[in-house]
Design a protein. Structure first.
Lengths: 488, 168
């Protein structure tokens, strides 16, 4: 048997890699997508004052510290049995919308863009954000940078720091915003709406306008029929900050909704011997293996999942795009994984619209941004939608508020089983006997998991930065017979 | 010369926090010229590039893992010496390399420093959760501070790989 390994370097969660095993004849035999554990982060958070944990979890990852800060803040509210005032909730959500706009923008232009705008088979040195800018135009780069700048500005105004917010405390926030700041935030939000519409137009023109890409999106290689989950508000509309988690089956039927403190009734974890990370699945459906269908408890938590699990979007422009999305792709639910990229842009528009809604609420500048906790701390769960999936923080403390147990289910972990299935299917379809394994082919396998926007955590950058990609092919005895290296 | 010194790394990942500790030591113990700023960041790629806009000179301070020098060895480099890791595959799933980010910034007309220097501290324990540095890496803090002071007082060393600049 031969082994092909796609092995990019990562940080906090260690290496994420794909091992593709071929049989003696060179046909696909099996593949494994490994994401090593969080390396003891939960243990590291035990024995600390619980209000410190939302700051510590900021450091899990340089990609979505805001998501960890928010889930942590909500968990700490629950630990102290305190309900923050409306203004505090709105300010947190406003910060979160600004974060969503920066994160979804970066993903689309830096990550998805190269595959779709430059092309999956394009020369490797061109398939990056620079290539996107050269192809679409320099002004697009300026807009991306501007969007990020505005997002960071709002995050800093409300969160105290540009990247790692620190203002959420039990019962609310340490500070509010001034009327002048509100005006500035509103102005930036209106620009963000235009930018989101522009991005959807880019997707429409470049991706949907290209039959090859549409075929790729709709093709079987990147399709799985699984359950979907996502946070929804009281009207079952997509919500990133608050609500209940809606669960729908592969036919779109809602199995139920769970509140944060009910998550253990819905989610269980399956263990496989070949990876440290556990595979969450729907407890009420059961683990049946890495298979599609209603009987399999495998679920997905991504932008596409959120759209599938909800009844619509809570803002008008995003709702119109939501309707176009499902009418174009043949109804609900949509199972094609590459459609996650489109769903992400619809969410970008929603986040921008919600940004303006919150910024124009008369209570947003109120001084009532904290409820002082008076109860003894015990245990609490906080859930938000991280850009790449439902994020659950669960803290237990002693009566002094010192943590005795911390459990985190991060966005990408939810999708682990689905990711394993997607990468396997792509490899199975692309790697055939007698066909040389090309760089473009491996990129198309990577596209299967890139759609999920997997987060392997990378808050740190010990030089020389990321290690280069190495693809090793092993013979039946484990001996390396070929090594493909990029820029090593 | 408007200068930014950036302590890079993650302060809860053991020796990866050494860049922060050096930056903090500079802030606390050294009288810096008024045109020199010091910050600690846990960023890379586009976000890091954005933080460098407007400065004429930047010194990044970070841990490095080469396995070619003893832990705690302090070396000085130019950013241009490092290979650009962001090609094709997902070397980062959410970003691009600092080198690419700088190219983007420059193409967009952002005022970015022509040369970025890197003070690197050899370290291996950069994956383990800890707020403490190992003793050999901690011992590199004063050497690194000294090196940065020398850069600030003498300007850019013409040959950063000069052995004078390798502090063991």
């Amino acid at each position: 048997m031969q082994r092909i390994s796609i092995d990019p370097i990562t940080r906090l969660e260690g290496h994420g890699k794909i091992d593709i095993f071929l049989d003696d004849e060179g046909n696909f035999a099996n593949s494994y997508f490994q994401i090593p554990e969080l390396r003891g982060f939960e243990r590291f958070c035990v024995g600390r004052q619980v209000e410190e944990v939302p700051i510590l979890t900021n450091r899990i990852c340089g990609v979505c510290p805001e998501a960890h800060h928010m889930a942590g803040a909500k968990a700490v509210d629950a630990v102290y049995h305190v309900d923050p005032p409306r203004t505090a909730k709105m300010l947190r959500e406003l910060l979160y919308m600004a974060f969503y706009c920066t994160d979804h923008t970066t993903h689309f232009y830096a990550l998805a863009g190269p595959d779709f705008i430059i092309g999956p088979d394009a020369p490797v040195a061109e398939r990056n954000i620079l290539g996107v800018i050269h192809k679409v135009g320099l002004e697009i780069g300026g807009k991306v940078i501007q969007m990020r700048k505005y997002g960071h500005t709002v995050i800093e105004m409300i969160g105290g720091r540009k990247v790692h917010p620190c203002t959420s405390i039990p019962g609310g926030l340490t500070k509010g915003i001034t009327k002048e700041q509100r005006e500035e935030i509103e102005k930036m939000g209106r620009w963000a709406i235009e930018f989101a519409q522009f991005s959807l137009q880019v997707f429409n023109d470049i991706v949907l306008g290209n039959k090859g890409y549409v075929d790729l999106i709709l093709g079987d290689i990147y399709t799985h029929h699984t359950h979907y989950i996502g946070l929804v508000d009281d009207n079952n509309k997509v919500n990133f900050y608050d609500g209940k988690v809606s669960v729908v089956d592969p036919e779109g039927k809602r199995l139920g909704k769970y509140a944060p403190n009910e998550y253990t009734e819905w989610i269980a974890e399956h263990v496989e011997p070949w990876t440290y990370l556990k595979f969450p699945y729907l407890k009420k459906v059961g683990w049946k293996g890495f298979i599609d269908g209603k009987e399999s408890g495998v679920y997905m938590a991504t932008p596409l999942s959120r759209l599938n699990a909800a009844d619509g979007m809570a803002t008008p422009l995003a709702q119109a795009e939501y309707e176009k999305f499902y009418s174009t792709l043949g109804g609900k639910p949509v199972h094609q994984r590459l459609a996650i990229h489109w769903a992400r842009l619809i969410e970008l528009l929603y986040a921008a619209e919600r940004w303006v809604e919150l910024a124009t609420d008369p209570e947003i500048t109120s001084d009532n941004f904290r409820t002082l906790p008076t109860e003894k701390p015990t245990e609490g769960v906080g859930i938000v939608e991280a850009p790449r999936g439902t994020l659950t923080h669960h803290y237990t403390t002693d009566e002094r508020g010192v943590t005795t147990k911390v459990n985190l289910i991060v966005g990408t972990t939810n999708n682990y089983a689905a990711l394993q299935m997607s990468t396997k299917k792509a490899a199975q379809n692309l790697i055939k006997k007698g066909t040389p394994v090309t760089e473009g082919m491996l990129n198309m396998v990577e596209m299967a998991f890139r759609a999920y926007d997997p987060c392997f955590g990378c808050a740190t950058h010990s030089l020389p930065g990321q290690m280069p990609l190495e693809v090793s092919i092993h013979d039946v005895n484990g001996k390396i017979i070929n090594v493909l290296k990029q820029n090593c | 010369m408007r200068t930014l010194i950036v302590g890079l790394g993650n302060p809860i990942l053991g020796d990866d926090g050494v860049g922060w500790r050096i930056a903090q030591s500079l802030q606390e113990n050294v009288a810096l010229p008024p045109d020199v700023e010091v910050i600690c960041l846990a960023l890379g790629g586009i976000s890091l590039m954005e933080a460098l806009v407007g400065y004429e000179r930047v010194i990044l301070v970070d841990s490095i893992t080469t396995h070619r020098a003893p832990n705690g060895t302090v070396t000085l480099h130019k950013l241009a010496e490092f290979e650009n890791p962001a090609y094709g595959h997902m070397s980062s799933a959410h970003d691009t390399s600092l080198q690419n980010a700088l190219k983007i910034g420059r193409e967009l007309g952002a005022q970015l420093p022509e040369e970025i220097m890197v003070v690197a501290i050899e370290a291996e324990k950069v994956y383990d959760f800890s707020e403490e540095l190992t003793p050999t890496v901690a011992a590199a803090i004063p050497k690194s501070v000294e090196m940065i002071q020398k850069i600030l007082s003498t300007g850019n060393p013409s040959n950063p790989h000069d052995t004078d600049h390798a502090y063991n």
